[in-house]
Write a protein that binds this ligand. Structure first.
Ligand code: MN
Length: 254
């Protein structure tokens, strides 16, 4: 007799590749993320599974084993992916082509089967670029009238600015104003096709997007996973992701 299966949804999370020197193994790449991502998924009722970049052609196969997808924060996207082919901005950093390609393939596969998707920080930028949108390579030096989006190091649970919420974001948080942290230097410039802004800061930067054609696609520019322990309202995006999985499973069962 098979053991009773867990009903917790399996949520794939993409890590950041980080080159470091290991005392034992020399120069190696660590597939890294903070435990706050995995804890937030567990708190919301999911099981986290880490998805390091691999063959993009395998994305549909991987997605078929997942209940939901979470794109995490990290370095910048190669600007040519959003048709920015001029000189690279001096602040653009951490480009990893394998990760860019892997996350683009995962999103395409997820959209094809309407898998619930949550995109955080770099993730909202990957989502926007995948839909044909563009980015500010450096918000403080390029975006007219930009407020500060880099709060001091430490205290990542602290509020740096407010986000005016509408649509899906307002529904998820049950609020029209959300205090968020801010640790990004890039941001959405032109919105991608099929995306609708649902969160904006006072300076006009789009910090949350949804995809109305899908059952659940939410991108946020801040880091709710770094806030939810001290400020439980930031569990909301993770709980909404799990709830979207459960709604999908119910509609299949019906
Ligand atoms: Mn911000």
């Amino acid at each position: 007799m098979r053991a009773m299966q867990s009903t917790r949804p399996i949520i794939g999370i993409t890590p950041s590749p980080v080159q470091e020197t290991s005392p034992a193994f020399g120069d190696v790449v660590f597939h890294r993320m903070t435990n706050t991502y995995t804890s937030a998924v567990e708190t919301a009722g999911g099981i986290p599974v880490v998805l390091p970049a691999t063959y993009p052609a395998a994305a549909a196969q991987v997605v078929s084993r997942l209940d939901a997808l979470l794109l995490s924060g990290g370095g910048d996207i190669r600007p040519s992916r959003y048709r920015d082919t001029g000189p690279q901005h001096e602040k653009t950093y951490g480009i990893d082509d394998a990760r860019d390609e892997w996350e683009a393939a995962l999103l395409e596969a997820a959209f094809a089967v309407d898998l619930p998707v949550l995109c955080i920080c770099r993730g909202i930028q990957v989502l926007n670029v995948s839909c044909g949108g563009t980015l500010w390579q450096d918000v403080p030096t390029q975006m007219p009238g930009a407020a500060s989006h880099k709060q001091p190091e430490g205290g990542s649970h602290l509020t740096a600015h407010e986000v005016a919420a509408t649509g899906l974001l307002a529904d998820v948080y049950g609020a029209s104003t959300i205090g968020t942290n801010s640790f990004h230097h890039q941001g959405i410039k032109d919105l991608g096709a099929g995306l609708v802004a649902c969160g904006t800061t006072l300076d006009g930067l789009v910090e949350a997007v949804e995809m109305p054609g899908k059952s659940f696609v939410l991108g946020v520019q801040w880091h709710p996973e770094a806030m939810f322990v001290q400020r439980p309202e930031h569990e909301a995006p993770f709980r909404a992701l799990v709830a979207a999985v459960r709604r999908g499973a119910l509609s299949v069962a019906d």
